[in-house]
Ligand binder design. Structure first.
Ligand SMILES: NC(=O)c1ccc[n+]([C@@H]2O[C@H](COP(=O)([O-])OP(=O)(O)OC[C@H]3O[C@@H](n4cnc5c(N)ncnc54)[C@H](OP(=O)(O)O)[C@@H]3O)[C@@H](O)[C@H]2O)c1
Length: 311
């Protein structure tokens, strides 16, 4: 099968096209004929070797943490009826990924693919959708009528976060540069702050109950945003480590997204109902994965980035 792999950690140039044997599903696993995977900021971090202690990899490594595709084979203990099913999954980050014609996934992590979008584009949902869901529902417990700031709404997680927060009944303020402002508004943001021309903490009129921080910002910038959270509120960050402010009764939570098939199934149903939409900023063929990594690291990508494998 065709695959992209890296044999050493390094820049995008370590990603090379290779001809590999297709994997075999072990007990509890399914084999997926891959329609698409994605590029995420963490893919570049993993490739560069910055996460080698947290996620030790066996090199060579096939990247690609999201997958959409069709189950072609199942391992021992997995329902044979899954064969032929179109699925999506957020794969374990320390295992071989989906930048290949075939990938194996633990059967317990796959969800049926959404019906209303193409199978390749469906790869855009798992890791980013789960991050937004876990941040807003599990960690922030967003309630109707609350005010939520999504900082970094133009990115892959941000678009889902804006739509989910709106769906949960929150008033959503969001930061975006002009290239993403329309997409963020159409995801449901009530207010869009252009972070390129103004200080977000100053532009935010009044207080918020929740700040979801999706930007690698300086600790002092995050502290300034925390000042805008009302007592009892929460700062949830996927990036810069958030410190609480116990004196003002403001909690802080660091997000570490995990795979969860039940949550993913719920997210696919929200996509099929039109609550969530896919904001796909770029599509690359598998052979151009290195270019996707380079474009991502240079800040040229916005929304979700899909890497098409089939065809
Ligand atoms: N801890 C976890 O479990 C976890 C899970 C998922 C993601 N993450 C991290 O969360 C972050 C967001 O992920 P992502 O996939 O959404 O990233 P992404 O798609 O690469 O985000 C890119 C977007 O960031 C926006 N941006 C850049 N600088 C900004 C700033 N100063 N203020 C506001 N927006 C800014 C840009 O928006 P414009 O287009 O508006 O310029 C751009 O579209 C990444 O650092 C990622 O590594 C962590």
């Amino acid at each position: 099968m065709h695959a992209i792999r890296f044999t050493t950690y390094g820049g995008p140039e370590v990603l090379e096209l290779a001809e590999l044997a297709a994997p075999t599903p072990g007990p509890g696993q399914v084999l997926i004929q891959v329609a698409a995977t994605t590029f995420n900021p963490v893919d570049a971090t993993i490739r560069a070797g910055y996460l080698r202690d947290q996620f030790p990899l066996e090199l060579p490594h096939v990247p690609g943490i999201d997958v959409s595709g069709t189950v072609t084979e199942v391992g021992r203990g997995v329902d044979q009826a899954l064969v032929g099913t179109e699925v999506v999954a957020f794969l374990p980050m320390n295992r071989p990924g989906a930048a290949a014609d075939y990938a194996v996934a633990p059967a317990e992590l796959v969800a049926t693919a959404p019906r209303t979008v193409g199978l390749a584009d469906a790869a855009a949902l798992p890791s980013a959708g789960l991050t937004a869901w876990q941040a807003l529902v599990e960690h922030a417990d967003v309630q109707p009528g609350q005010r939520v700031l999504v900082n970094g709404a133009g990115g892959g997680v941000g678009g889902f976060a804006v739509a989910l927060a709106t769906h949960l009944g929150a008033q959503v303020a969001a930061t975006a540069s002009p290239r993403s402002a329309d997409a963020v508004r159409s995801a449901g943001a009530h207010e869009v702050i252009d972070y390129t021309t103004t200080s977000v903490a100053e532009a935010l009129a009044g207080e918020v109950d929740v700040v979801l921080n999706l930007v690698r910002n300086a600790p002092e910038e995050l502290a300034a945003l925390r000042q805008r959270i009302s007592p009892g509120g929460v700062l949830v960050s996927t990036t810069t480590l958030a410190e609480p402010d116990p004196g003002r009764d403001v909690r802080a939570v660091a997000v570490f997204v995990r795979s969860d098939a039940a949550q993913l199934a719920h997210l696919t149903s929200l996509l099929d109902k039109g609550v969530l939409r896919l904001d796909i900023g770029a599509r690359y063929p598998l052979a151009d994965l290195a270019r996707a990594h380079a474009d991502g690291e240079a800040g040229r990508l916005r929304g979700r980035t899909v890497v098409a494998v089939a065809g």
